[in-house]
Design a protein around this ligand. Structure first.
Ligand code: HEC
Ligand code: HEC
Length: 237
């Protein structure tokens, strides 16, 4: 529990900084509207290969962007740009995007019709992220529909959630915690697979950074589900 409290305290500090610099957050002021036409040109060039021009993830592990809220897409791209959320391919891809580019591409994708679930596919693909997302509807009872927390349960992502350096940010740690403790009023009712997919979904969201994360695991033995590089982990052995 100490660890959780520490994470929350650190989050508050980091979120405070971000707000001062005017960084958009999931709870920030209204977004400037983007230009979907310009966004489409950008998507055609840079995003189509993975997210499609219909906003449908091209492979398991690539989220659908179609019909997601502009605010959510904007906040997650911002999280990648600022390194609060890490994905090597995406970071390089969006590193050169201006704020206007982000707004345009977000306007384009959020305006697309939602991707139908298993639209006549002969062999249904199994998507852990989508599976977790569907299961998470039940978690919203306590954690809120947008994962932002309620008076009875902490936020699962976004401002105020556990930070990227917390153990809970690791897939296996979160899966194990969820498997044994959640939903809090019916612990132990989820299967291993369900807990894993829920962890995948929950931890795919943006969360506060932990500035000293690169110093973690000084002996160079980070667990395989750590979402960032550490100094020691990079050293040749
Ligand atoms: C090489 C494949 C690839 C390309 C190209 C790519 N993405 Fe992604 N994108 C991914 C993957 C994989 C994820 C999930 C990463 C994770 O788990 O954090 C993702 C996640 C996202 C998310 C978060 C969605 C969510 O539901 O959390 C957004 C927003 C996004 N991408 C936007 C874009 C935009 C805009 C472009 C083009 C400028 C783009 N991506 C290009 C692979 C790609
Ligand atoms: C009945 C209310 C309730 C439901 C339903 C519920 N939770 Fe929780 N959850 C809590 C409370 C309260 C806490 C904080 C206490 C604790 O850590 O045990 C918590 C903590 C968590 C944490 C740790 C957060 C942190 O900051 O360390 C995660 C992750 C989590 N829940 C995931 C889930 C998932 C996934 C589901 C859906 C399967 C779910 N919860 C359903 C009440 C709930």
């Amino acid at each position: 529990m100490k660890r959780v409290l520490l994470a929350v305290a650190l989050s508050a500090v980091l979120v405070g900084c971000a707000d001062r610099e005017g960084t958009p957050s999931a709870t920030g002021p209204a977004l400037q509207p983007g230009d979907p036409g310009a966004g489409k040109i950008l998507a055609e060039r840079d995003c189509k290969g993975c997210h499609g021009l219909d906003g449908k993830g091209a492979a398991p592990g690539i989220p659908h962007l179609a019909a997601q809220s502009e605010r959510y897409l904007h906040a997650s791209i911002q999280a990648y740009l600022e390194g609060r959320r890490t994905h090597a391919a995406l970071r390089d891809m969006i590193a050169g995007m201006s704020e206007a580019d982000v707004r345009n591409v977000v306007a384009f994708y959020s305006g697309l019709p939602a991707v139908p679930v298993a639209a006549g596919a002969s062999a249904p693909r199994f998507l852990p992220y989508e599976h977790g997302k569907a299961l998470a509807a039940d978690c919203a009872r306590c954690h809120g529909a947008d994962g932002a927390g309620t008076t009875i349960a902490p936020p699962l992502w976004g401002a105020g959630s556990y930070n990227i350096g917390a153990g809970m940010s690791r897939l296996r740690t979160a899966a194990s915690f969820i498997r044994h403790n959640m939903p809090q009023d019916r612990p132990g009712t989820l299967t291993d697979q369900q807990a894993f997919d829920l962890a995948k979904f929950v931890n795919s969201h943006s969360r506060p950074d932990y500035a000293l994360k690169h110093l973690d695991w000084p002996n160079g033995d980070p667990p395989p589900d750590v979402a960032y590089e550490t100094d020691a982990g990079r050293k040749p052995r």
